[in-house]
Each structure stands twice: as structure tokens, then as C-alpha cells.
Design a protein around this ligand. Sequence first.
Ligand code: ZN
Length: 282
Amino acid sequence: MKIAMNQGTTLENSTLELDLQLLEKYGYDFIEIRSIDKLKEYLETHSINELVEFFQTHHLKPLSLNALVYFNNRTEEEYKALLEEYKEMLEYAKILNIARIVVVPLVSEKKILRSIIKQSCVEVLTELSDLAKPYGVKLALEFIGHPHATVNTLSFANEIVAEVDRENVGIVFDTYQYYAMNSTLEDLKNTDFSKVFLFHINDVEDYMPGIMLDEDRVYPGDGVIDLDSILTIVKEKGFSDHASIEVFRPEYYQLDAEAVVKTAKEKTLKVLAPHFLTEEVK
Ligand code: ZN
């Protein structure tokens, strides 16, 4: 199992340039790059070629671009703007040799019928899939474990991806998103793991599902998610590609990014160790 970090983890106390240095220093294999802010900020003072060169000359590699946000059930005008952003992401993915783009469903307080959500998701993902094909890029749908997210359970994400039925369209399985809206181990057992393109690992404080937020996430092993049972299933399903640490905790943003990067890896390895071989515990 390779180890990755999503840049959300050091969102407010680091930069892409610093994340690259720290993740390399602490022996991470992958970084999930935030195209929506961190890459843009980096490109204000660096060229894209510097980033290409970094990845060519270091162990650390890019795992994904994050994220195309609120892709479904948009107005015509919003969708047009979304496609422009998406095309730019595809170009970056090509230059940087990134194989996955995360796509995030609409979050809205507006009530939308399930059938209307599904129809839009399937239509949009099919179009995005066509556009991604020449780039060799895969799309990973991340269900968001919040009542207002239009796709907020593992089973609904699986259902949509099965309906799209494209080789380059799959899901993100994020342990927080899974827990936050009561997805179940049964749902995980029913998941087609050939469609799990990204695995986000984290934990959360003991709030009731439905009210917890991203900021309540904690390092793996420090919260109440049954990671042990989840990892048992992940292993049984034959998934052993990577685990990507993703927390968004304001408390951690108060620390030095280096301390967060170091602790995140130690805690994650400890949780993974009973189930997976990692570089450190071979
Ligand atoms: Zn995630």
C-alpha cells in the first residue's frame, strides 16, 4: 500500500512548494494536488515546467487533481463555465502526467428529486468521460457525506457509476464521507473495487452522522470510524494501491505543516499495519 496526502490536510499552513518538499522528506509516494487553489497559487511564482521537473526528479508523484466541484444539476451557463475549468484541468493532467481527476457533486439546500440528480450525474459524467478519454484520465466521483450533498452515500455513488458504465468513471472511497451519512459495511462489501480510483483515509470525532463537518475530521485512529473493519473489506476486495490521508482540521492548521505531514503518516501507517504491507513495515 502506497501512501499519499491530499493537500486539504495542510490547506492553511502550507503551499504546494512546501508540501512537495515535506512529502518527499517523509517518504510519501503520492500527493493529491488541489487545482482549485494550491496549484493556481504555485503558478503565480513558478512555471508548470518546474513542477514537471520536480516529479521527474523525485520519488513523489502526483496521484490526482482536486477537484471539479458541483458538476451536476447546474444551469446551462454554470455548466459551460464548469466545462471550461474541466478542460483546463485535463491540460494540466496531461502536462503533469496525472491519471485521476476528482469530481464533486452539487451541494445545495434546494430539494432535488433523486431521479433528477441521477439523470444529471449520468449525463454529465458520460460527457466528461468522452472528453477525458484522449487524455487517458479517469474521473473519480466523490460522494459527500452531508445531508445537502446531492450524492451523499456510497451506495448512490456506486449506482451512478454503474449506470454510466465507462471504464474511466469510478468513485472516491473516503472513510469520513462514508461514515458521515451512515453508509454501511454492507455497502462497502457491495462496492465494485475495480471502480475505486481513490481511497481517502481519515477519522472523525464522535458527532452524530448528518451534523458532522469536514473540520471534525481527525487523523486515522484518533476518532470513532471502524477503520479496522473497513480495511479488512478493502483488503478482501483486493485493493492495495494507495491510502491517501485527507483531513481538514483547523487545529492542525495551527501547527507547522511539517508536524502535520509527519504525524499524518505515522498515524496512518499504524492503522494500516495490521492489514497491509507498507514501505516502512515490510
Ligand atoms: Zn475525500
